[in-house]
Design a protein around this ligand. Sequence first.
Ligand code: SF4
Length: 263
Amino acid sequence: MERPRGRGAGASADDPLFPVGQAPRCAGLDELDGHIARCRACPRLVAWREEVAGVKRAAFQDQEYWGRPVPGFGPADAPLAVIGLAPAAHGANRTGRMFTGDTAGDFLFAALYEAGLASQPSSRHTGDGLTLRGVRLTSPVHCAPPANLPTADERDTCRHWLSAELRLLAPGLRAVVALGGFGWRAVLPAIRGSGRALPRPRPAFGHGAHALLPPGEGLAHPLHLLGSYHPSRRNTFTGRLTLPMLVDVLRRAAELAGLPAGR
Ligand code: SF4
């Protein structure tokens, strides 16, 4: 399990060592989310998220963009985590809440609602009253990347936040859904960083893939890892991912996590 070792302990928010210095020390999700929201460790992503927030899309000219890293969303004792890729430039980078305000979020929240995991089928802004039932939404990269494509260095720098989030969720966490191959590949080392061993060979991503990961140090329960295609515009508009396909994976994950069935 990743523990404080002093590396990056005194790093400022714009130092690449800020996540590795702060994340292992966090004692709760509120503290973690606070550090994430002020992180400036990746210069390219800081520049992009702030440029987008300043220029804005024409349709949102009257809105104040968040323009900062987007922390996870959902209860601190969630038995199920859903892990995407990164905030969208005019979605979560605008609204400040995971998957909120873009077409991927529209699709995901409709599926979460169908699976009984969200209080409403849409997610427009932070004041819309939406709550999640037993689910924590997060991502391996917390800043909007150009072309939705973080670099390997950015992914690895941000991974310390995800490892810490999974460590803090670990006592009650029973299942994780990774959305897309990027999320799947990013979540495996983060799961290892949260204190669990990974099977060899590493489980391969696919829609509907399922791997059972052993409990690891100090943890009583194994962890179910499931894969789904990402609800990106490309996947949903081409029919590669349909709503029933995503609902099926979420229902299966909810059942494995011990959450009540349906809505
Ligand atoms: S991507 Fe992650 S590590 Fe990089 S600046 Fe954003 S929050 Fe910090």
